[in-house]
Design a binder for this molecule. Structure first.
Ligand SMILES: [Fe+2]
Ligand SMILES: [Fe+2]
Length: 163
């Protein structure tokens, strides 16, 4: 019973580490292209995923397991903002889906602590999904203007500092 939970928790660690790497990569590239709002969203989300790693690791150690720290997928070198947000929403959706299933598995194995942890992560991943989904809606609604505005805001701020 414990072994199965530890295996699932380690799979989640791999998933979270993948998200940390991917979102930091997106953060660097949004920042480079001047899209401050999106750059900050990716950075904030990456930090939240890192906290997820920490919570999973604590649970693994509590159960007497080892935190494997295996990274799941390689970082996808995407520079197009729409493709970034598409991938991010897919990642969040699939995490929420996995964690729901794994919560059920832990429950079936009478491990309520791990079940609750997975359920709490589902809530966070669904919130992340919503945030990325909203960004996609903004992009569809306002198109290039939405991105241009983020760059203009940065220029204004830089101009302000020089005064
Ligand atoms: Fe997460
Ligand atoms: Fe997430």
């Amino acid at each position: 019973m414990k072994e199965k939970s530890i295996e699932l928790l380690n799979k989640a660690v791999a998933d979270e580490l993948t998200a940390v790497h991917q979102y930091m990569y997106f953060h660097f590239h949004c920042d480079d292209q001047g899209y401050d709002l999106l750059a900050n969203l990716f950075r904030r989300t990456a930090i939240e995923e890192m906290v997820h790693v920490e919570r999973l690791a604590e649970r693994i150690l509590f159960l007497g397991g080892e935190v494997e720290m295996v990274v799941g997928d390689e970082v996808k070198k995407i520079h197009d903002v729409r493709e970034m947000i598409t991938l991010a929403t897919e990642m969040e959706e699939s995490s929420a889906n996995d964690y729901n299933n794994w919560a059920n598995e832990c429950s079936a194995n009478a491990d309520s602590g791990s079940k609750k942890l997975f359920e709490s992560l589902v809530e966070d991943e669904e919130r992340h999904f919503d945030q990325f989904d909203d960004e996609m809606a903004n992009l569809k609604k306002f198109g290039e203007n939405y991105l241009a505005l983020q760059s203009i805001e940065r220029s204004k701020n830089i101009g302000g500092e020089a005064e």
